[in-house]
Design a protein around this ligand. Structure first.
Ligand code: C5P
Length: 238
C-alpha cells in the first residue's frame, strides 16, 4: 500500500507532536485537543510516573528488570476533579511532583531502557480512540504511532525552551534558577537524543515547526490547518 492510501485507514486519526523539552508540545497539544475534541496522550507523564514509581518503591531507575516490571504494572490514573486535571500513582496524588525537573530527569533515565519502553507501548496505543488522538512525546511519530497521518516535530532554540520552562515552573510556584534549568534541559536533551532506543528525532514524514519567537496561538493555528487538510482529504477518500 502506498503512503497516501495507508494514511486513510479506518483507525481513528492521530496527530503526533514530538520534539525536545520546552518546545511547547504540551501547550499546543492541549489547545488542539480543545479545538478538535480529540483524546490526549501525554506520553511523558507515563515515563515520569515510572520514574517516580521506581523512587517510591526504592528501585534504582537504572535497574532494567525491576524498572520494566514497575512500568508494566504502573498504577496510574488520570482524573478531572472540579475542572482540574489530577494524576494519581496508586492512592497518592502526584500532579505537582510529576512536573518538577527532578522527576523529568528520573523519567529520562528510565526512558533509555528498551524493556521500559516496551512495557509502556500498548498502554500508549490504547489511547487511540474515536474521534481521534493528539499524542505528545518524543517517539509518537517514529515508534508508537508510525502510521499517524499528521506528524509535527516542534522545536525552538535551547535558550527559548529554557526560558519557557522557567516561566512555566515559576508560574507553578517552583523555586528554580534559569541557569540550572538550562543545564538540566540540555542534559535531558542530550540523553534523549543520543539514546540507542527510540532517540528523539523527527519521523521522516514529520513536518518540523520552529516555534522560536512565534506566539502559541499562531503555532496552534498552523497545526490545526495541517489536521484540517488531512480530514478534508480523508473525507474525500471515503
Ligand atoms: O515530555 P516530558 O518532559 O514530560 O518527558 C519527560 C521525559 O520522558 C523526556 O525527557 C524523555 O526522556 C521521556 N520521554 C520519552 N518518550 C516519550 C515521552 C517522554 O522518552 N514519548
Amino acid at each position: 500500500m502506498d503512503r497516501e492510501a495507508e494514511s486513510f485507514t479506518d483507525q481513528p486519526p492521530v496527530l503526533a507532536i514530538d520534539g525536545p523539552s520546552g518546545a511547547g508540545k504540551g501547550t499546543v497539544a492541549k489547545a488542539v485537543v480543545e479545538a478538535l475534541g480529540w483524546h490526549f496522550l501525554d506520553s511523558g507523564a507515563l515515563y515520569r510516573l515510572t520514574g517516580l514509581y521506581c523512587q517510591r518503591c526504592g528501585v534504582d531507575p537504572d535497574d532494567v528488570g525491576r524498572a520494566a516490571g514497575l512500568a508494566s504494572e504502573l498504577p496510574a490514573s488520570f482524573r478531572v476533579v472540579d475542572g482540574n486535571e489530577q494524576v494519581w500513582l496508586g492512592n497518592e496524588e502526584v500532579s505537582g511532583e510529576l512536573r518538577t525537573e527532578a522527576t523529568g530527569a528520573l523519567a529520562s533515565r528510565v526512558a533509555v531502557l528498551q524493556p521500559v519502553r516496551d512495557a509502556l507501548l500498548q498502554r500508549q496505543r490504547d489511547f487511540r480512540r474515536p474521534p481521534g488522538l493528539v499524542a505528545d512525546g518524543r517517539d509518537m511519530g517514529t515508534v508508537v504511532f508510525p502510521d499517524a497521518p499528521v506528524k509535527i516535530f516542534l522545536t525552538a532554540t535551547a535558550e527559548e525552551r529554557a526560558r519557557r520552562r522557567y516561566k512555566q515552573l515559576k508560574d507553578q510556584g517552583a523555586n528554580v534558577s534559569l541557569a540550572s534549568l538550562s543545564e538540566e534541559i540540555a542534559e535531558r536533551d542530550r540523553r534523549d537524543a543520543s539514546r540507542a532506543t527510540a532517540p528523539l528525532k523527527p519521523a521522516p514524514d514529520a513536518e518540523t515547526l520552529d516555534t522560536t519567537g512565534i506566539a502559541v496561538t499562531e503555532v496552534v493555528e498552523q497545526v490545526l490547518q495541517r489536521v484540517e487538510v488531512y480530514l478534508r482529504q480523508a473525507s474525500a477518500h471515503l
